[in-house]
Design a protein around this ligand. Structure first.
Ligand code: PGA
Length: 263
């Protein structure tokens, strides 16, 4: 059975004690599921204490950002090298970083390379804005973001990475991408990987959907071919909704396994 990956991006929310309380509540509600991997992406400040608190069989950690150089005179930054013992994943190229912090394509490419160099799995976020979609530029935008973001990786490294398709207009808006639009984008992403890096990485790479994910949409989106899970923002800050997302995924997986068995 294909493992489902669910990532909670807490963004710039929750101080150390609030983060610790949320993890405590999640740990009470969420059981260890062999076929579901759950990743929490708290602020940089709380990665260290949470790394001591979490049950690693239940949760893994991701950073929301890091700097691509290993060390040196870069005031205010934290490097992938410094994080490598704490985290499994790093979110890279999130639309908030692209748009609010003006991260351009080469910056994101360098961060993806630095993550891989430090044995951290990149979660490369791609997606179009509302205007780009209206202007029919979605595929071009995805093409440019993938081409540049993955430029320095080998086919094997691409296969081990994660892509999160997050249409910018669906992030934090409650405006979920219609399943057919998400399906088209996810198919485009996998086809791009197949054409450039080969069939194996295209099958192996995990592709997530992100943008206003709630427990209600989980089963519908898991039906989309090629979707391996979710990058969750707002709903990951609440233990009921985040554990609800995990529970919906588990139920979908169980139903899916039954259907497979009957065949
Ligand atoms: P959202 O955020 O679930 O609040 O829309 C998703 C994200 O930014 O990764």
């Amino acid at each position: 059975m294909r493992k489902i990956l669910i990532i909670g991006n807490w963004k710039m929310n929750l101080n150390t004690s609030e983060a610790s309380l949320l993890v405590h509540r999640l740990a009470e509600r969420i059981k260890i599921h062999r076929d579901i991997e759950i990743v929490l992406a708290p602020t940089m400040l709380t990665l260290q204490p949470l790394s001591l608190q979490i049950d690693r069989r239940k949760f893994r950690l991701a950073a929301q950002n890091a700097y691509h150089r290993d060390e040196g005179a870069f005031t205010g930054e934290v490097s992938f090298t410094m994080l490598r013992d704490l985290i499994h994943y790093c979110i890279i190229g999130h639309s908030e970083r692209r748009h609010i912090f003006n991260e351009d394509l080469p910056t994101i490419r360098d961060k993806v390379s630095a993550a891989v160099r430090n044995d951290i799995i990149p979660i490369l976020c791609v997606g179009e804005t509302k205007t780009e979609r209206q202007d029919g530029e979605t595929k071009q935008v995805l093409h440019d973001q993938l081409m540049s973001g993955l430029a320095n990786l080998t086919a094997k490294e691409v296969g081990q990475s994660v892509i999160a398709y997050e249409p910018v207009w669906a992030i934090g808006t409650g405006d979920i991408a219609p399943p057919d639009k998400a399906a088209e984008a996810v198919a485009y992403i996998r086809n791009y990987i197949r054409d450039v890096f080969g069939t194996r990485p295209a099958q192996k790479i995990r592709v997530l959907y992100g943008g206003s994910v709630t427990p209600d949409i989980v089963s519908g989106y898991l039906e989309i071919p090629g979707v391996d899970g979710f990058l969750v923002g707002g709903a990951s800050l609440n233990y009921e909704s985040f554990s609800g997302i995990v529970e919906s995924a588990r139920k979908w997986q169980r139903r899916h396994a039954e259907v497979e068995n009957e065949r």
